[in-house]
Design a protein around this ligand. Structure first.
Ligand code: SAH
Ligand code: ZN
Ligand code: ZN
Ligand code: ZN
Ligand code: ZN
Length: 462
């Protein structure tokens, strides 16, 4: 099945299965009084087995799923001594970036005053250097002659972070980035809250500084602090979208609030492209908090019952998860392409298409998709769909999720992937070579629900 590397995110295994996910970790979320790691308040988790919570609850880092990146761990009921707490606070302090955002903004001002020949970027430290610092980095690789144009495209200077589990950065291909911006402008938005979308932010900032009549503004919220070297404090906030944590404290929060305040009827949209690691619940709860912030600023205005307009860019197989938290959202067929991920490149063959879509609370018919790329408008569904997505007469909807034409199964009473077949054992459609074991359909031995045949209690009695 497609998806390839996407499966590494834990989401791929949701495909081709009828039953609930097997054992794993369940997220309980952000709870008041949670202890903090360098990435802000930790999240509460619990071990699960066959969908049931069991075992002790514990706190772990919200941002890093790889223990190598942040090894914060604490049992929920663990007593932490005063000395350990103090040591932890010290650790958290010492793990903050060397320069503050303010210092970085000051450094940037000095950097742009330098002649081209003195503008260097250290590739090892991922840092703009001032001449007095060259010495310290003398055995590092530099990028030299950093132009103003380069400074306006930091995502092309910084190397994309590649840690699969924690922070894989997949940057938009120009085609997709331009499409998003044009769409945003055509929809009449003038402010973009860019949450984890540095490349969208940078084309907006870059156009704003170059084109007289370009009126769009953007604020970038991202956990990648390297960006603070290129943006002022009202253009970038160091932010963790898994726990809604502003590293810059109340001042940064206020920057965000101010940005969301719509003066002269300038409309705001939130655009976010989070890592696909799976913590949909945590993301949704942060986005709700950002939406609430937007709402506060709306007070007193007429018709203030709305939700902040949002584009949440995420793989299609998370659709039901996203809709669980945002019933007002719908998934658009547009395939979002990335630069630095081979699997996501737009293919002609139908394979290797991007699984990434736009989820939005805007009216689907207003999201116009490019006809020259094969999208068409379905008048019945009142939305643009991809060319392979045929309208099913029985479902009365364009049912394909992945761009391939899906087929209707009369037994399942819905459309399914072209590669699936109806399995009478499982009583649903699945891949032909699937294993007929479904916990919620009952055990093969005794027929009772809740366990598989390998753990059937009636076997141990025998
Ligand atoms: N396609 C986007 C980039 C998406 S990659 C673009 O081209 O603009 C995911 C982004 O989310 C990265 O910028 C990464 O730094 C950011 N990110 C990852 N974890 C985060 C977290 N916990 N909080 C905030 N941002 C995070
Ligand atoms: Zn952490
Ligand atoms: Zn249709
Ligand atoms: Zn159908
Ligand atoms: Zn079926």
């Amino acid at each position: 099945e497609g998806g390839g590397d996407m499966a590494a995110g834990g989401a791929g295994d949701r495909e081709g299965r009828c039953g609930p996910a097997a054992g794993g970790l369940a997220l309980l979320g952000l709870v008041p009084g949670a202890p903090s790691c360098p990435h802000g308040p930790a999240l509460l988790f619990v071990k699960t087995s066959q969908g049931k919570e069991e075992g002790r609850r514990f706190y772990a880092c919200s941002a890093c799923r790889d223990r190598k990146d942040c090894n914060f761990f604490q049992w929920e009921d663990e007593k932490v001594s005063k000395t350990r707490l103090a040591a932890r606070e010290e650790y958290n302090r010492s793990h903050q970036p060397f320069f503050t955002h303010r210092q970085n903004a000051e450094r940037y001002k000095n950097f742009v005053l330098l002649p081209l020949s003195k503008r260097r970027f250290c590739q090892e430290c991922q840092q703009l250097l001032l001449p007095a610092e060259w010495e310290k980095h003398s055995d590092h690789q530099f990028l030299c002659d950093i132009s103003t144009a380069q400074l306006k495209s930091p995502s092309r200077i910084l190397y994309p972070l590649e840690n699969k589990k924690t922070n894989a950065q997949y940057l938009f291909a120009d085609r997709s980035c331009e499409f998003l911006l044009d769409l945003i402008i055509d929809l009449g938005f003038r402010r973009v809250l860019s949450v984890g979308t540095p490349r969208l932010h940078e084309i907006i900032q870059s156009k704003a500084s170059q084109e007289e009549d370009f009126r769009v503004r953007s604020l970038l919220l991202d956990i990648d602090f390297r960006y603070s070297q290129f943006y002022a404090e009202d253009e970038f906030c160091h932010y963790n979208m898994f726990n809604h944590y502003f590293f810059g404290g109340e001042a940064a929060r206020e920057t965000c609030r101010k940005f969301l305040y719509q003066d002269n009827g300038e409309r705001v949209i939130m655009v976010t492209d989070p890592p696909f690691g799976g913590l949909v619940e945590a993301l949704a709860s942060s986005f709700k908090k950002l939406m609430a912030m937007w709402k506060e600023t709306e007070e007193g205005e007429e018709g203030g019952i709305q939700e902040m307009p949002t584009f949440w860019i995420f793989p299609y197989f998370f659709e039901s998860r996203i809709l669980e938290f945002f019933p007002s959202f719908s998934m658009m067929d547009y395939q979002v392409d990335y630069d630095n991920h081979a699997l996501y490149k737009h293919g002609k063959t139908g394979r290797r298409q991007s699984p990434v879509r736009i989820f939005t609370n805007l009216t689907p018919s207003t999201i116009v998709l490019p006809v020259e790329e094969g999208y068409r408008f379905c008048t019945i569904c009142q939305r643009y769909v991809t060319s392979g997505n045929k309208h099913c007469e029985i479902c009365n909807s364009c049912t394909s999720k992945d761009g391939r034409q899906w087929k209707h199964c009369v037994l399942c009473k819905k459309c399914v992937k072209p590669s699936w077949f109806h399995c009478n054992n499982c009583n649903c459609c699945a891949l032909q070579n699937h294993t007929c074991e479904k916990t919620d359909a009952g055990c093969f031995v005794c027929g009772k629900a809740g366990h598989k045949r390998s753990t059937c209690p009636s076997l141990s009695h025998a």
